[in-house]
Design a protein around this ligand. Structure first.
Ligand code: IVH
Length: 681
């Protein structure tokens, strides 16, 4: 294919991909399969690689990310990005309407009511129908240029559809994280931290706090691929510039939708403040049915002429206001507090509540996190408590209605003994959580450890479900993971409801787990803070049980990404005689405690299929070592730059010929730091 043919094909593919992207993300009505879309995208990627001079910063291939921004350049806003004045009740809203009518000397105003989307404000600048700049609100006069990251937001058009847009104009909007995405990310974070054996408090600390923070935080990520992965979305809510198509807000919004922008479908033009109130009342509960967060309603005077007459205060326009809904808070009665014992022995209090409707769901339980929270709330039995929906799935108790407290009600005291095995609970220095120290004897701890041991990412014995483990435990056939490997068919058969076939399956599943690699066995042991990744790092660094269990804290902490806290936890675990015995037994039954050496050769597949040319002097490692690292991560290094080269890995003073050749072929130059960032080091 020559360059002219390529140019034509690129134009066709770009147009098609933009249209399908629009149909999928803006209209939610795709007409081709994901597979067909990917094929077109791959074809475009290949053409752009072959003809780098034809690559376009607004190509649909930019949607998947890949650009790294170390520091976002500061950009001045062409028009200040103001905030809105807030109103919290109907009286304040009537005042707003009265001021507007008095200034304009009008009897009734046409307003536009919009949902106030809870995300991060963005200014999108379009020149000749193409996105040229995306800037955060910042301090209102200047913000961060986050264009590369914003290009990954699929509902923001990179090139506009149709015609008739001004040569230069700006769209303002709200980038947000849809609630299902937010919840899924938090669930994934939770699962990972639970795997590491972290306590509820530590987990809550690390979760995304709310969709707004999540959106704003995501947009400031250096790696635009990470932004793309987070599936942000965007509604535009305003147009700015000269020669706009209409002289009113709503009509311009509708026009922007024709150009490919996503506008919120619930925005309405209404007459007078009574219709505004109607809209506000309607959405007070209806907003709970949406899959994004709204914290109020924005009311705007529709006519631009009127907007101009009303003008601005120093901070906000006089032609608009935000009506804020009160936080969703309900009162209900505390029925009891129950305590759950996790696999680490941590005891988490949970409030059982009289069921109450909150933000569209029925709430029966609320997390109390730890003993400190209970005393801070000064919780008493039978108290009337306020529950509030936060960023988490389980709501939290925000306060107590003391006026409703029954005389003589007893304060809730955190239990002193384990609810399961009655052992006295302990609290570690500086920690909020209480633990049951009876690790080897407390049923939920033992069961929790066994469940973790057989879980998919660990020994993956899927023929052993939670119920079976519980029964085996109750029957006294097993007490720890090692006992599984001496389990006999007769023992399983002696339990009610187990037949030949299930016994056979269970034993086969256990047998098969003997080929599970060392790093996953290590993860399965459930050492505190040793999650999947840490287990892998330790296995690759120490190769076998003997070296790992003998390692001192310093040696452990010298492994990349292993901090003191993890090192101490590992050292302590192996310092325990019973744990060492457990490993010895597992090993003697054939469970893997040595790293599969062939894995040492290949650490990851991050560079699979990528070809590098190395040139120049490097500060962290030698060129030979770099070569080895590339190969260990699945890549290749060659000597000359060709169009097959993916990167020129350039250190200090790279060969000028190589640089020139790379530039002419559009082969990107990669610095030493970026290279290590690429392989995640
Ligand atoms: S209009 C002059 N409309 O709310 C300000 N803002 O303080 C014009 N927001 O951070 C803003 N949804 O990003 C407008 N439909 C909407 C909105 C909206 C959310 C955000 C905006 C700003 C804050 C207002």
């Amino acid at each position: 294919m020559d360059i002219f043919e390529a140019q034509e094909r690129i134009a066709i593919l770009t147009e098609e991909l933009n249209r399908h992207n629009y149909l999928y993300y803006v209209k939610a009505a795709p007409v081709i399969s994901d597979y067909d879309f990917d094929m077109k995208l791959k074809e475009l990627e290949a053409l752009e690689k072959e003809f780098p001079q034809l690559a376009d910063p607004n190509s649909p291939t930019k949607r998947v990310g890949g650009d790294i921004t170390k520091k976002f350049p500061v950009a001045e806003h062409r028009f200040p990005m103001l905030s809105l004045d807030n109103t919290y009740n109907e009286e304040e809203l009537f005042d707003f309407d009265r001021r507007v009518r008095e200034t304009l000397q009008e009897v009734e105003i046409e307003y536009v009511c919009e949902l106030k989307i809870d995300g991060a404000a963005i200014s999108l600048l379009y020149e000749k129908g193409r996105l040229v700049r995306a800037v955060t609100r910042g301090d209102g006069t200047k913000g961060d240029d986050i264009t590369a990251n914003v290009r990954t937001v699929n509902s923001i058009p990179l090139t506009l559809m149709g015609s008739g847009w001004p040569d230069l104009f700006e769209m303002r909007g709200e980038i947000f994280m849809p609630s299902p995405v937010f919840l899924a990310i938090n669930e994934a974070i939770r699962a990972e931290l639970e795997d590491k054996g972290l306590h509820e408090d530590e987990i809550t600390d690390k979760l995304l706090k709310n969709p707004r923070n999540a959106a704003a935080g995501t947009l400031k990520q250096q790696d635009s691929k990470a932004v793309a992965a987070r599936k942000l979305d965007c509604f535009v809510y305003g147009m700015l510039g000269d020669n706009l198509p209409f002289s009113s807000h709503f009509e311009n919004l509708e026009q922007s939708a024709v150009w490919g922008f996503k506008i919120n479908p619930f925005a309405r033009r209404v007459k007078g403040i009574s219709e505004v109130l109607h809209f506000i009342h309607e959405w007070e509960t209806r907003r709970n049915t949406l899959d994004y967060e709204t914290d109020g309603i924005v009311i705007k005077v529709n006519n631009y002429g009127f907007q101009r007459s009303l003008g601005f205060t120093a901070k906000s326009p006089r032609w608009a206001t935000a009506f804020k809904y009160k936080p969703q808070n309900e009162a209900t009665v505390l029925l009891s507090v129950s305590y759950q014992v996790g696999r680490t022995g941590a005891v988490t209090p949970v409030a059982n509540l009289k069921p109450v409707q909150l933000a569209g769901t029925t709430v029966k339980r609320a997390s109390l996190h730890n003993a400190d929270i209970i005393s801070q709330l000064d919780l008493h039995e039978g108290d009337t408590v306020f529950v509030e929906k936060g960023g988490e799935i389980i709501p939290k108790i925000t306060g107590v209605d003391i006026s409703k407290r029954q005389p003589g009600a007893k304060p809730v005291h955190f239990i002193q003994n384990c609810p399961e095995c009655q052992t006295a609970l302990v609290r570690a220095e500086g920690e909020a959580a209480y633990y049951c120290p009876n690790e080897k004897g407390c049923p939920p701890i033992i069961l929790g450890k066994l469940i973790h041991f057989v879980s998919k990412k660990a020994l993956d014995i899927n023929t052993l479900g939670e119920k079976t483990l519980e029964e085996l435990l109750k029957s006294g056939f097993i007490k720890n993971p090692a006992d599984l490997y001496i389990l006999r068919a007769e023992q399983v058969l002696s339990m009610e409801g187990y037949k030949e076939l299930s016994a056979k399956n269970i034993l086969e599943g256990i047998e098969a787990s003997k080929s599970i690699p060392f790093e996953r066995v290590l993860f399965g042991l459930g050492i505190r803070y040793v999650g999947e990744t840490v287990a892998k790092k330790l296995a690759f660094a120490f190769h076998n049980l003997e070296a790992l269990s003998a390692a001192g804290i310093e040696e452990l902490a010298s492994v990349e990404e292993i901090g003191i806290r993890i090192a101490e936890s590992v050292k302590e675990w192996f310092g325990n005689e019973e744990n060492r015995l457990l490993c010895q037994r597992l090993k003697s039954y054939g469970v893997q405690f040595t790293l599969d050496e062939s894995k040492l050769q290949k650490m990851s597949t991050k560079l699979e299929g990528k070809t590098f040319v190395i040139s120049g002097v490097f500060s962290r490692v030698s060129r030979d070592e770099l070569k080895k690292i590339i190969e260990q991560n699945g890549g290749k290094s060659t000597s000359g730059v060709t169009k097959k080269t993916d990167y020129l890995l350039a250190g200090d003073k790279p060969g000028p010929d190589k640089v020139k050749k790379a530039e002419s072929l559009g082969v990107p130059l990669l610095s030493e730091d970026s290279f290590f960032a690429l392989i995640g080091q």
